[in-house]
Ligand binder design. Structure first.
Ligand SMILES: [Ca+2]
Ligand SMILES: [Ca+2]
Ligand SMILES: [Ca+2]
Ligand SMILES: [Ca+2]
Length: 269
Protein backbone atom coordinates (compact mmCIF):
# COMPACT_ATOMS: atom_id res chain seq x y z
CA UNK A 1 0.00 0.00 0.00
CA UNK A 2 1.26 3.45 -0.78
CA UNK A 3 0.10 6.42 1.20
CA UNK A 4 -2.28 9.07 -0.12
CA UNK A 5 0.60 11.52 0.02
CA UNK A 6 2.77 9.22 -2.08
CA UNK A 7 -0.06 8.76 -4.64
CA UNK A 8 -0.41 12.53 -4.92
CA UNK A 9 3.34 12.83 -5.47
CA UNK A 10 3.23 10.17 -8.17
CA UNK A 11 0.24 11.84 -9.85
CA UNK A 12 1.95 15.25 -9.73
CA UNK A 13 5.07 13.75 -11.28
CA UNK A 14 3.03 12.00 -13.98
CA UNK A 15 1.17 15.21 -14.86
CA UNK A 16 4.36 17.27 -14.93
CA UNK A 17 5.67 14.75 -17.44
CA UNK A 18 2.48 14.57 -19.51
CA UNK A 19 1.27 18.18 -19.59
CA UNK A 20 4.10 19.58 -21.72
CA UNK A 21 3.18 16.95 -24.31
CA UNK A 22 -0.59 17.33 -24.06
CA UNK A 23 -0.91 21.12 -23.95
CA UNK A 24 0.37 21.82 -27.47
CA UNK A 25 -1.91 19.08 -28.81
CA UNK A 26 -4.91 20.48 -26.91
CA UNK A 27 -4.09 23.97 -28.16
CA UNK A 28 -4.06 22.76 -31.77
CA UNK A 29 -7.33 20.87 -31.25
CA UNK A 30 -8.96 23.94 -29.72
CA UNK A 31 -7.96 26.18 -32.62
CA UNK A 32 -8.70 23.72 -35.41
CA UNK A 33 -11.93 24.09 -37.35
CA UNK A 34 -13.59 21.42 -39.39
CA UNK A 35 -15.48 22.50 -42.48
CA UNK A 36 -17.60 20.21 -44.56
CA UNK A 37 -18.32 21.01 -48.19
CA UNK A 38 -20.85 19.40 -50.43
CA UNK A 39 -19.55 18.29 -53.80
CA UNK A 40 -21.09 18.34 -57.23
CA UNK A 41 -19.55 17.67 -60.62
CA UNK A 42 -20.23 19.39 -63.93
CA UNK A 43 -19.13 18.42 -67.43
CA UNK A 44 -16.41 20.50 -69.09
CA UNK A 45 -14.30 20.07 -72.20
CA UNK A 46 -11.17 17.92 -72.40
CA UNK A 47 -8.50 18.19 -69.71
CA UNK A 48 -9.78 21.22 -67.77
CA UNK A 49 -6.70 23.14 -66.73
CA UNK A 50 -7.93 26.36 -65.14
CA UNK A 51 -11.06 27.82 -63.55
CA UNK A 52 -12.31 31.31 -62.82
CA UNK A 53 -15.44 32.69 -61.17
CA UNK A 54 -17.20 35.90 -62.20
CA UNK A 55 -20.77 37.13 -62.62
CA UNK A 56 -21.01 36.99 -66.40
CA UNK A 57 -24.74 37.70 -66.79
CA UNK A 58 -25.12 40.32 -64.02
CA UNK A 59 -27.70 38.32 -62.06
CA UNK A 60 -25.74 38.61 -58.80
CA UNK A 61 -24.70 34.97 -58.90
CA UNK A 62 -21.17 33.85 -59.65
CA UNK A 63 -20.63 31.82 -62.79
CA UNK A 64 -17.71 29.57 -63.73
CA UNK A 65 -15.36 29.64 -66.69
CA UNK A 66 -13.10 26.63 -67.31
CA UNK A 67 -10.15 26.43 -69.72
CA UNK A 68 -10.01 23.06 -71.49
CA UNK A 69 -6.42 22.35 -72.44
CA UNK A 70 -7.04 19.43 -74.81
CA UNK A 71 -10.20 20.58 -76.57
CA UNK A 72 -9.01 24.14 -77.30
CA UNK A 73 -12.11 25.61 -75.71
CA UNK A 74 -13.50 27.23 -72.62
CA UNK A 75 -16.67 26.10 -70.87
CA UNK A 76 -19.02 28.67 -69.32
CA UNK A 77 -21.32 27.41 -66.54
CA UNK A 78 -23.91 29.93 -65.38
CA UNK A 79 -24.79 29.89 -61.69
CA UNK A 80 -28.34 28.95 -60.68
CA UNK A 81 -30.21 30.17 -57.57
CA UNK A 82 -29.74 26.84 -55.80
CA UNK A 83 -25.95 27.05 -56.02
CA UNK A 84 -25.66 24.57 -58.87
CA UNK A 85 -24.79 25.44 -62.45
CA UNK A 86 -26.55 25.22 -65.78
CA UNK A 87 -25.03 22.84 -68.35
CA UNK A 88 -21.82 24.30 -69.77
CA UNK A 89 -21.58 26.13 -73.07
CA UNK A 90 -18.29 25.75 -74.92
CA UNK A 91 -16.47 28.44 -76.92
CA UNK A 92 -13.54 27.73 -79.21
CA UNK A 93 -10.34 29.61 -78.34
CA UNK A 94 -6.70 29.03 -79.38
CA UNK A 95 -4.61 25.89 -78.89
CA UNK A 96 -3.86 24.78 -75.32
CA UNK A 97 -5.90 27.27 -73.30
CA UNK A 98 -4.58 27.80 -69.81
CA UNK A 99 -5.06 30.65 -67.38
CA UNK A 100 -8.10 32.95 -67.67
CA UNK A 101 -8.97 36.42 -66.50
CA UNK A 102 -12.20 38.42 -66.61
CA UNK A 103 -12.69 42.16 -66.84
CA UNK A 104 -14.73 44.73 -68.73
CA UNK A 105 -12.34 45.37 -71.60
CA UNK A 106 -14.75 47.38 -73.77
CA UNK A 107 -16.37 49.46 -71.06
CA UNK A 108 -19.97 48.32 -71.56
CA UNK A 109 -20.40 47.15 -67.97
CA UNK A 110 -20.36 43.48 -68.95
CA UNK A 111 -17.58 41.07 -68.01
CA UNK A 112 -15.31 39.96 -70.87
CA UNK A 113 -12.70 37.21 -70.91
CA UNK A 114 -9.04 36.86 -71.83
CA UNK A 115 -7.50 33.39 -72.14
CA UNK A 116 -3.87 32.45 -72.73
CA UNK A 117 -3.27 29.76 -75.35
CA UNK A 118 -0.01 28.06 -74.39
CA UNK A 119 0.31 25.87 -77.49
CA UNK A 120 0.18 28.71 -80.00
CA UNK A 121 1.55 31.67 -78.00
CA UNK A 122 -1.56 33.81 -78.14
CA UNK A 123 -4.25 35.40 -75.98
CA UNK A 124 -7.92 35.14 -76.99
CA UNK A 125 -10.22 38.04 -76.15
CA UNK A 126 -13.93 37.21 -75.88
CA UNK A 127 -16.48 39.96 -75.33
CA UNK A 128 -19.50 39.31 -73.13
CA UNK A 129 -22.98 39.93 -74.51
CA UNK A 130 -24.56 40.38 -71.08
CA UNK A 131 -26.61 37.19 -71.01
CA UNK A 132 -23.64 34.96 -70.16
CA UNK A 133 -22.78 34.27 -73.80
CA UNK A 134 -19.64 35.48 -75.58
CA UNK A 135 -18.29 36.33 -78.98
CA UNK A 136 -14.67 35.93 -80.05
CA UNK A 137 -13.22 39.38 -80.64
CA UNK A 138 -9.43 39.46 -80.99
CA UNK A 139 -6.26 37.39 -80.74
CA UNK A 140 -3.01 38.83 -79.37
CA UNK A 141 0.41 37.32 -80.14
CA UNK A 142 2.52 36.82 -77.01
CA UNK A 143 5.89 36.12 -78.66
CA UNK A 144 6.79 33.49 -76.04
CA UNK A 145 4.96 30.64 -74.32
CA UNK A 146 2.35 32.35 -72.12
CA UNK A 147 2.04 30.98 -68.59
CA UNK A 148 -0.02 33.47 -66.58
CA UNK A 149 -2.31 36.46 -67.14
CA UNK A 150 -3.60 39.38 -65.09
CA UNK A 151 -5.43 42.63 -65.71
CA UNK A 152 -5.45 46.10 -64.22
CA UNK A 153 -5.31 49.73 -65.29
CA UNK A 154 -1.55 49.99 -65.60
CA UNK A 155 -1.43 53.47 -67.21
CA UNK A 156 -4.24 55.02 -65.17
CA UNK A 157 -6.47 55.98 -68.11
CA UNK A 158 -9.55 54.19 -66.79
CA UNK A 159 -9.24 51.37 -69.35
CA UNK A 160 -8.23 47.85 -68.41
CA UNK A 161 -4.85 46.61 -69.63
CA UNK A 162 -3.43 43.10 -69.87
CA UNK A 163 -0.22 41.59 -68.57
CA UNK A 164 1.00 38.11 -69.53
CA UNK A 165 4.02 36.20 -68.25
CA UNK A 166 5.96 34.48 -71.02
CA UNK A 167 8.62 31.83 -71.06
CA UNK A 168 11.60 32.22 -71.03
CA UNK A 169 11.94 35.47 -69.04
CA UNK A 170 9.57 38.33 -69.67
CA UNK A 171 6.15 39.86 -69.17
CA UNK A 172 4.16 41.40 -72.01
CA UNK A 173 1.92 44.43 -71.51
CA UNK A 174 -0.99 45.41 -73.75
CA UNK A 175 -2.57 48.77 -72.98
CA UNK A 176 -6.31 48.72 -73.55
CA UNK A 177 -8.05 51.09 -75.94
CA UNK A 178 -11.29 50.75 -73.99
CA UNK A 179 -13.18 49.14 -76.87
CA UNK A 180 -11.86 45.58 -76.41
CA UNK A 181 -8.82 46.19 -78.62
CA UNK A 182 -5.29 46.70 -77.34
CA UNK A 183 -2.21 48.66 -78.34
CA UNK A 184 1.09 47.15 -79.48
CA UNK A 185 2.71 44.79 -77.01
CA UNK A 186 5.53 45.99 -74.78
CA UNK A 187 7.88 43.45 -73.16
CA UNK A 188 9.76 43.72 -69.87
CA UNK A 189 12.41 41.38 -68.48
CA UNK A 190 11.77 39.10 -65.44
CA UNK A 191 13.50 36.13 -63.79
CA UNK A 192 13.79 32.83 -65.66
CA UNK A 193 10.68 30.79 -66.52
CA UNK A 194 7.96 33.03 -65.08
CA UNK A 195 4.93 30.92 -64.15
CA UNK A 196 2.65 33.19 -62.11
CA UNK A 197 2.05 36.87 -61.51
CA UNK A 198 -0.06 39.29 -59.56
CA UNK A 199 -0.80 42.99 -60.01
CA UNK A 200 -0.91 45.33 -57.02
CA UNK A 201 0.60 48.55 -55.68
CA UNK A 202 3.53 47.22 -53.69
CA UNK A 203 5.23 50.55 -52.92
CA UNK A 204 2.02 52.45 -52.16
CA UNK A 205 2.60 55.19 -54.75
CA UNK A 206 -0.81 54.74 -56.38
CA UNK A 207 0.68 53.09 -59.49
CA UNK A 208 0.17 49.39 -60.15
CA UNK A 209 3.23 47.15 -59.97
CA UNK A 210 3.91 43.54 -60.94
CA UNK A 211 5.13 40.55 -58.93
CA UNK A 212 6.26 37.71 -61.18
CA UNK A 213 7.26 34.29 -59.86
CA UNK A 214 10.06 32.61 -61.78
CA UNK A 215 10.38 28.88 -61.40
CA UNK A 216 13.91 28.33 -62.73
CA UNK A 217 15.53 31.14 -60.80
CA UNK A 218 13.49 30.55 -57.60
CA UNK A 219 12.66 34.23 -57.37
CA UNK A 220 9.87 36.73 -57.20
CA UNK A 221 10.59 39.65 -59.53
CA UNK A 222 9.08 42.99 -58.56
CA UNK A 223 8.58 45.43 -61.43
CA UNK A 224 7.55 48.83 -60.11
CA UNK A 225 5.11 50.65 -62.36
CA UNK A 226 5.75 54.14 -63.67
CA UNK A 227 2.02 54.75 -64.00
CA UNK A 228 2.18 55.06 -67.80
CA UNK A 229 2.20 51.35 -68.63
CA UNK A 230 5.99 51.04 -68.43
CA UNK A 231 7.94 49.44 -65.61
CA UNK A 232 11.31 49.78 -63.94
CA UNK A 233 13.88 46.97 -64.16
CA UNK A 234 12.93 43.98 -62.08
CA UNK A 235 14.26 43.55 -58.55
CA UNK A 236 14.41 39.92 -57.49
CA UNK A 237 13.71 38.33 -54.12
CA UNK A 238 14.43 34.70 -53.27
CA UNK A 239 11.45 32.39 -52.94
CA UNK A 240 11.38 28.76 -51.89
CA UNK A 241 12.40 26.08 -54.34
CA UNK A 242 10.29 25.75 -57.47
CA UNK A 243 7.74 28.53 -56.90
CA UNK A 244 4.48 27.84 -58.75
CA UNK A 245 1.96 30.52 -57.75
CA UNK A 246 1.67 33.91 -56.06
CA UNK A 247 -1.05 36.02 -54.44
CA UNK A 248 -0.98 39.47 -52.85
CA UNK A 249 -2.89 41.14 -50.04
CA UNK A 250 -2.36 43.05 -46.81
CA UNK A 251 -1.99 39.98 -44.62
CA UNK A 252 -0.86 41.78 -41.45
CA UNK A 253 -3.16 44.79 -41.89
CA UNK A 254 -0.39 47.38 -41.75
CA UNK A 255 -1.55 49.10 -44.93
CA UNK A 256 1.21 47.63 -47.10
CA UNK A 257 0.63 44.94 -49.68
CA UNK A 258 2.31 41.60 -48.93
CA UNK A 259 3.02 38.53 -51.07
CA UNK A 260 2.47 34.82 -50.56
CA UNK A 261 4.20 32.29 -52.83
CA UNK A 262 3.52 28.58 -53.07
CA UNK A 263 6.64 26.50 -53.74
CA UNK A 264 7.02 23.05 -55.19
CA UNK A 265 9.36 21.20 -52.83
CA UNK A 266 10.98 19.43 -55.73
CA UNK A 267 12.21 22.05 -58.23
CA UNK A 268 11.68 21.04 -61.81
CA UNK A 269 15.10 22.24 -62.96
CA1 LIG B 1 -24.30 35.06 -62.92
CA1 LIG C 1 -17.49 44.26 -71.62
CA1 LIG D 1 -5.25 51.40 -68.97
CA1 LIG E 1 3.35 51.17 -57.16
Amino acid sequence: MISTYARRLLLAGFLSFLLPILLPILAVCASAQVYVFGQASFVTGGNPDSVLSADLNSDGRLDLIVGNRDSNSITVLLGKPDGTFAPGVDYVVGKGPGALISGDFNGDGIEDLAVINADENTVSILLGKGDGTFQGFATLATGGVPTAIATGDLNQDGKLDLVVANDPSRVSIWLGNGDGSFQTRQDFSTGDSPVALTVNDFNADGKLDLAVVSQSSNTVSILLGNGDGTFRSHVDYSSGKGPVSVASGDFNRDGFVDLIVANDLLPKN
